[in-house]
Design a protein around this ligand. Structure first.
Ligand SMILES: Nc1nc2c(ncn2[C@@H]2O[C@H](COP(=O)(O)OP(=O)(O)O)[C@@H](O)[C@H]2O)c(=O)[nH]1
Ligand SMILES: [Mg+2]
Length: 361
C-alpha cells in the first residue's frame, strides 16, 4: 500500500504534538505492528465502522484495519524555497507524499512563542502556501530550461511540454496552487516527474487550545478554507496527545464525559484518507482484513497486492457488498438470495466489496 500524508506548517504550531498523538494512540494496538518506523514516520490504522460491523456479523475477531502513513515534516520557515532553515530537506520530504495536512496555529499560550509574533492563521497559511508555490516555480523553471532548446527546434513532444510548463508557471505566478489548474489526465501524469507540490490534496488542521482558546481563529480559517474549496478540521493537539496516552477503555469514557462523539485524531485520519480518493474493500478468508486500493483497480491486480501468488494463479473472485451483508445479516443469506457474484480478473473492485479470491498455486 504505502499511502502517506505529510504534516506541514510553520515551526511551533503543534505538528509534532499531533504526530505524537497519532503514533502514540496506536502504538499499543495489539494485533498489528502499527509502529513508528522512523522517529518522524508513523503507520496509523484508519478507523473503519464498516470493518467493525462486518466483524460482528461474520463473528470474526480482531479485524485488521487498513493503514495510512503520517510523516512529521520539519517546520517550514519563510525562505524555505530558497533553502532557508531545513528548506531543501523539508521540500524533498513533501514531494514524495500523497497528501498534505497543514497544521495552523490557533492556540495562544504565551509560553510557546510564535515565529511570526501574533497569532494569525491566515497570515501563516499565506506564508506556507507561498513557499510551496515558490518551490514549484523553481522546479518548473529548471524543467523549462531543459526543454526549451528542443522545443524551439520543433520537437513536438518538447513543444507540448513547454506549453504545459508555461501554463503551470502562469497559474502559479497568479498566486494560485496547481490543484486548481485544469489539465488533462495525460498532462497530470507529468506532475510527479516535475516534483510538483501544490497539486497534492490538502487538509487544513486548526490547532486550538484548551477551554475554547483559539476557536475564533479556527472559525476564520474554516471560513477561508471553505471559500478555497479546501477541507478544514479543528482539534487540540494537546488534548489529543493526552487522550492518546490513556488506556483504550478510558478513552471512550473520557470522550463521553467531554461530550465528544469522536476524537479529533480519528476525524483527522478519516478526512486525510478520504482526500486520497481511495476505496476500501475487505477479505475474510483467514482473518478479516481491510485493504486500500486506488479507484478503478481490477480484481487480479488487487489480489496481487495481498500476495503475488494470488495474482499469478488468479482464477476468479467471489464478491458481495457490505450493504447487502448489512441488509441480510449473514453470508448464508447472501448466497440464498444469489447476491454472491463470481467475477473475473477484469472486475473493478468497488468500495465496500467483500472478496474471496480463488487461485492456483
Ligand atoms: N496549549 C497548547 N499548547 C500546544 C498545543 N499544541 C502544541 N502545543 C505546544 O506548542 C509547542 C510546540 O509544539 P510542537 O508540536 O513541538 O510544534 P511543531 O514545531 O509544529 O512540531 C509545544 O510546547 C507544545 O506542547 C495545544 O493545542 N495547546
Ligand atoms: Mg516539530
Amino acid at each position: 500500500m504505502g499511502f502517506s500524508c505529510g504534516i506541514i506548517g510553520l515551526p511551533n504550531v503543534g505538528k509534532s504534538t499531533i504526530f505524537n498523538a497519532l503514533s502514540g494512540a496506536h502504538a499499543a494496538m495489539a494485533n498489528y505492528p502499527f509502529c513508528t518506523i522512523e522517529p518522524n514516520k508513523a503507520v496509523v490504522p484508519v478507523p473503519d465502522e464498516r470493518l467493525i460491523k462486518i466483524s460482528e456479523l461474520l463473528k470474526k475477531q480482531s479485524p485488521i484495519p487498513t493503514r495510512i502513513e503520517f510523516i512529521d515534516v520539519a517546520g517550514l520557515v519563510k525562505g524555505a524555497s530558497k533553502g532557508e532553515g531545513l528548506g531543501n530537506k523539508f521540500l524533498g520530504n513533501i514531494r514524495t507524499v500523497d497528501a498534505l495536512v497543514h497544521v495552523v496555529r490557533c492556540f495562544h499560550h504565551h509560553d510557546v512563542v510564535h515565529v511570526m509574533g501574533e497569532i494569525n492563521p491566515l497570515r501563516d497559511v499565506e506564508i506556507v502556501n507561498t513557499e510551496l508555490m515558490l518551490a514549484d516555480i523553481e522546479v518548473l523553471a529548471r524543467a523549462r530550461e531543459k526543454v526549451i532548446k528542443l522545443a524551439h527546434s520543433g520537437d513536438k513532444l518538447a513543444r507540448a511540454r513547454l506549453e504545459l510548463i508555461d501554463r503551470m508557471l502562469c497559474h502559479l505566478n497568479e498566486g494560485k496552487m496547481l490543484r486548481t489548474l485544469h489539465v488533462s489526465e495525460e498532462e497530470h501524469s507529468h506532475f510527479k516527474e516535475f516534483g510538483i507540490i501544490t497539486d497534492k490534496p490538502l487538509l487544513y488542521c486548526a490547532n486550538v487550545g484548551e477551554n475554547g482558546d483559539g476557536l475564533q481563529e479556527a472559525a476564520i480559517l474554516g471560513k477561508w478554507a471553505t471559500q478555497e474549496g479546501a477541507a478544514c478540521i479543528v482539534l487540540s493537539g494537546k488534548i489529543e496527545e493526552e487522550i492518546s496516552e490513556l488506556p483504550n477503555e478510558d478513552k471512550n469514557e473520557f470522550l463521553r464525559t467531554m461530550g465528544i462523539e469522536e476524537s479529533g485524531l480519528n476525524k483527522l485520519i478519516k478526512v486525510a484518507y478520504n482526500l486520497l480518493d481511495l476505496i476500501t474493500y475487505y477479505t475474510t478468508t483467514t482473518e478479516l482484513q481491510a485493504w486500500t486500493l486506488k479507484k478503478g483497480t481490477h480484481a487480479q491486480k488487487a489480489a496481487g497486492k495481498i500476495h503475488t501468488d494470488f495474482e499469478k494463479g488468479f482464477i476468479r473472485a467471489e464478491v458481495y457488498n457490505f450493504t447487502d451483508l448489512v441488509a441480510l445479516g449473514s453470508e448464508h443469506a447472501i448466497r440464498e438470495k444469489g447476491l454472491l457474484r463470481s467475477e473475473g480478473r477484469g472486475y473493478i473492485i468497488q468500495d465496500g466489496d467483500i472478496v474471496h479470491y480463488l487461485f492456483n498455486v
